[in-house]
Design a binder for this molecule. Structure first.
Ligand code: AMP
Ligand code: GLY
Length: 450
């Protein structure tokens, strides 16, 4: 069994770790944009190449002839790498380009939900350059009217293509006056021809990732990410500073109805994708949801594992990950193939001290504790290993440290104790997974729903 793993980062390391635990003992062929010491230790080969250079990836794939590929990040999935691999008879755990629009186009997803009567979107409208007939001033007025009158100036403007997580701007956060939203919308229209403008939802966000094979959907434990750089959810947005899951696979602020509805939305969306695109979605469907006053709404879909979400979820997987991948590919996916330990996890990302802004610490040495207890994991991200074995910081997130225990509180202590032992010019968010922060989420939703 040979698996081509196209992914670096801690997410790639967590995937490699799950593959390694399979009874099918797959040989991992890693293809990644930068060497990853964690994946390298588990892989038979590691090829460092630009993963958006498809001919180069395909050359490696043709040479190693894997049984299947797993594609980690959004860009190659959105660009159609799964389609290209399929032409070489290599199936992927990642959707084809047409289906990956569920992540790469916010407008596609809002239209998909609307046309399949899935009531999970906020009030929204899609504006296109074509509809203006060249008259951007008229469109500017129309957008102004929509934001002011229909959305009551509480709005979100979304660039309608991938933009490295920087395409979404929220009023009261990145934008203030209505005119700011209008200007950003026009900027989006000029750059990519389409913009989605929607109502700003107030509530508590969470992620539900599901394994999907056509109309077969099997859910993973629900996770909460912390996107803000600093403690107390302050500072700029990042790729995610840490995450937690609970032993019951729900989260402390969600009701059973909330969980059931999020699961239903993922199921309905998988069906809608099959109908809309005429071909099965095979991969991970990652729903970014928000629990609001009157239920659950969808913020966005991703067509891949989350980072850090995968760092919490995959260590809990008790069943055989290779068997799940094969079942996703051949359409036999079912619940009996997937079981997760009933444990809580807390993941905290170690990052360079000045992350996400400056890159002052790049190249400096970072040292991780040697003794990792059985109930903890360290997954390496943007860190490089010198010939003498020392690890050096990159500019982005360094490593995710995960604690696993019966309760969130115990998992948090395990993660925190290990984080405190990391030496170097680094930091992490101490508050992730703490009772105080979780209480705040519970309280916020309780008040909203009172
Ligand atoms: P995305 O790039 O789609 O992940 O969006 C980034 C972040 O923007 C989300 O995690 C939310 O915090 C926020 N966001 C997106 N859409 C909305 C919305 N309709 N209401 C409130 N916040 C939103
Ligand atoms: N944790 C957010 C993401 O993977 O998109």
């Amino acid at each position: 069994m040979r698996v081509l793993l196209i992914s670096s980062s801690a997410r790639g390391h967590a995937i490699a770790d799950a593959l390694t635990r399979s009874s099918q003992t797959p040989e991992i062929i890693s293809v990644c944009p930068q060497a990853n010491p964690g994946i390298k230790a588990l892989a038979a080969q590691q090829h460092v190449t630009n993963i958006m250079d498809f001919p180069s990836v395909l050359r490696i794939a043709a040479e190693v002839k894997p049984d299947f590929a797993i594609i980690g990040p959004d860009d190659p999935i959105a660009g159609g790498l799964a389609d290209e691999l399929l032409k070489l008879d290599i199936p992927s755990v990642a959707p084809l380009k047409s289906l990956a629009q569920v992540e790469s186009s916010k407008g596609f997803t809002r239209n998909l939900l609307a046309s399949h009567a899935i009531d999970a979107s906020p009030h929204f409208r899609i504006f296109t350059r074509e509809q203006s007939g060249g008259d951007l001033d008229a469109l500017r007025k129309e957008i102004h009217r929509f934001i002011e009158d229909d959305l009551h100036a509480s709005y979100v403007v979304k660039y309608d293509a991938l933009k490295g997580g920087k395409g979404v701007k929220v009023s009261g956060d990145h934008l203030e006056a209505v005119a700011d939203g209008v200007e950003y919308a026009i900027e989006c229209l000029e750059e990519c021809g389409r913009v989605v403008i929607e109502e700003k939802l107030i509530g508590v966000e969470f992620s539900l990732l599901s394994f999907v094979s056509g109309d077969r959907v099997v859910d993973m434990p629900i996770v909460q990410d912390h996107k803000r750089a600093f403690e107390g959810d302050t500072g700029p947005n990042t790729g995610g500073m840490g995450t937690y899951t609970d032993a019951n696979h729900s989260l402390p602020f969600l009701t059973p109805n909330d969980v059931a509805r999020a699961k239903e939305i993922n199921r309905l969306t998988a069906h809608a994708l099959l109908k809309e695109c005429g071909t099965p979605y095979r991969g991970i469907l990652y729903g970014g949801f928000i629990a609001v006053k009157d239920g659950i709404r969808l913020i966005e879909y991703n067509a891949r594992f989350g980072d850090p979400e995968a760092l919490n979820i995959l260590p809990l997987l008790e069943s055989d990950f290779v068997a799940i991948c094969l079942a996703i590919i051949d359409g036999t996916l079912n619940e009996s193939l997937v079981s997760f330990a009933k444990k809580a996890t807390v993941c905290k990302y170690i990052t360079p001290k000045s992350y996400p802004d400056a890159k002052n610490e790049k190249g400096q040495v970072v040292t991780f504790p040697k003794d990792i207890p059985e109930n903890a994991r360290i997954f390496y991200g943007d860190v490089s290993q010198a010939d003498d074995g020392t690890l050096h910081l990159g500019g982005s997130r360094t490593a995710g440290i995960v604690g696993i225990a019966d309760t969130i509180a115990k998992a948090e202590r395990i993660a925190e104790e290990l984080c405190a032992k990391v030496e170097g010019p680094v930091r992490h968010r101490k508050d992730i997974g703490t009772a105080k922060l979780i209480e705040r989420r519970i309280e916020m939703l309780r008040k909203l729903r009172e």
